[in-house]
Design a protein around this ligand. Structure first.
Ligand code: ZN
Ligand code: ZN
Length: 391
């Protein structure tokens, strides 16, 4: 069996992965509540005789599915997501990820058994990438560290590429408590939670002028607009701060806390801050990067970008990349920007099927290369250790 035979199996199983992905698309779930997707995917992996552990890391929709072949050998991990965006469906294309992974591992199994290769295939199902970073919680509970390699894929615009260094990110969920009052009759009694947020946001705007170019800050008001003629006693907001240097995040956090403290002092309000897990900058692995390009070349893809382009966003796969040699391959899907209505429209089209097939072939191709030449696993590990020095 060669790589083309593996690709042929992926082509032949196209209808199965299409059906699975489209079902997930039709049941968008998010924020750790991806029950439908998790049940569907784990039942398929159970049918494939994987040993499936559901609800790992105390996350009901997280799972690990493993299949051992012989004794020892590399443990190749495939990391899948299936969460949608809150009220914005599958605008990030996560419905395609795990069906593509299942298609890839399914195609690798005959090759592994035919050649008596000692190895383990591990499929991780990871919830809430868009919100609280399921992988970070899973990492804290010991997941991923048993892997020798971690592979993942994501849809992208029109050019196959690998995800370059991503932004590190921390998110504050804040709740401001003020004092209600009539805005005209008794304004002097009221203490406005909304004013506190407005002052804090202005503080962030002034801070923006004194940060490095590689810093991004965004905020939204989640709750706080009450009647215009009342002083608002409660307001909630989400504030995200990103940097291309994970090491810069603690100082940015200190400054943001000072801004919030100052805004509360000015308004005589109180604040509760909940900090979500920190997304670390992603470290692409040089050896896995080259293997990705080699496999892109085998696909029917018009454009391949071989430059390491910094990723525009943040991902909790970044945290995984700090503990295990990892690569996130990106396959063409829809020319519009991610998180757009166009991505939702394209979610069940031929472009989605093609993206999924290309993702499956790239991941299976990289795994095939690693399993047929185990010294590449050692090289990827060496590259990981080298890269870790600079992160
Ligand atoms: Zn997204
Ligand atoms: Zn995404």
């Amino acid at each position: 069996m060669n790589k083309q035979d593996i690709f042929k199996i992926i082509d032949d199983s196209c209808e199965v992965s299409k059906k699975t992905a489209f079902k997930i698309f039709d049941h968008p779930e998010w924020d750790g509540n991806e029950v439908y997707a998790s049940d569907l995917l784990t039942s398929i992996l159970t049918d494939m005789n994987f040993e499936v552990e559901r609800g790992i890391a105390d996350l009901p929709t997280a799972f690990r599915a493993t299949k051992k072949f012989g004794e020892g050998g590399p443990n190749i991990g495939f990391i899948g997501e299936y969460d949608a965006l809150r009220d914005f469906k599958h605008a990030c294309g996560h419905h395609m990820q795990t069906p593509a992974i299942i298609s890839a591992v399914d195609a690798l199994i005959p090759y592994i058994t035919e050649n008596n290769i000692n190895c383990t295939l591990t499929v991780y199902g990871t919830p809430a990438e868009e919100t609280f970073g399921g992988k970070i919680i899973m990492m804290e509970k010991g997941c991923f560290k048993e892997l020798d390699i971690a592979l993942a894929s994501h849809a992208t615009q029109d050019t196959a590429s690998i995800s370059g260094p991503s932004y590190g990110l921390f998110t504050f969920k804040v709740e401001v408590i003020g004092k209600s009052s009539h805005a005209a009759s008794y304004p002097h009694i009221g203490r406005s939670a909304l004013d506190t947020l407005i002052l804090a946001f202005n503080g962030i705007e002034f801070m923006r002028e004194h940060t490095k170019d590689n810093v991004r800050m965004h905020y939204s008001i989640d709750e706080g607009t009450g009647p215009t003629n009342a002083v608002h006693p409660k307001a909630k907001a989400t504030i995200c701060v990103r940097s291309r240097e994970s090491s810069a995040l603690p100082d940015l956090e200190k400054r943001l806390r000072n801004i919030l403290k100052g805004a509360c002092l000015m308004c005589e309000t109180k604040i509760k801050i909940k900090k979500n897990p920190v997304y670390l900058c992603q470290m692409p692995n040089e050896v896995l990067r080259q293997l990705s390009y080699d496999n892109f070349e085998l696909l029917d893809i018009e454009k391949i970008n071989r430059e390491v382009i910094p990723a525009g966003g943040s991902t909790d796969f970044g945290n995984v990349s700090t503990v295990v040699p990892s690569i996130l391959v990106k396959l063409p899907f829809c020319t519009a920007p991610t998180h757009s209505k166009e991505w939702i429209k394209a979610g069940k089209t031929d472009a989605a099927v093609k993206c999924m097939q290309d993702s499956a072939k790239t991941l299976a191709g990289i795994a095939f290369d690693l399993l047929s030449n185990p010294s590449l696993v050692d090289e990827a590990k060496k590259s990981f250790i080298e890269q870790s020095k600079y992160n």
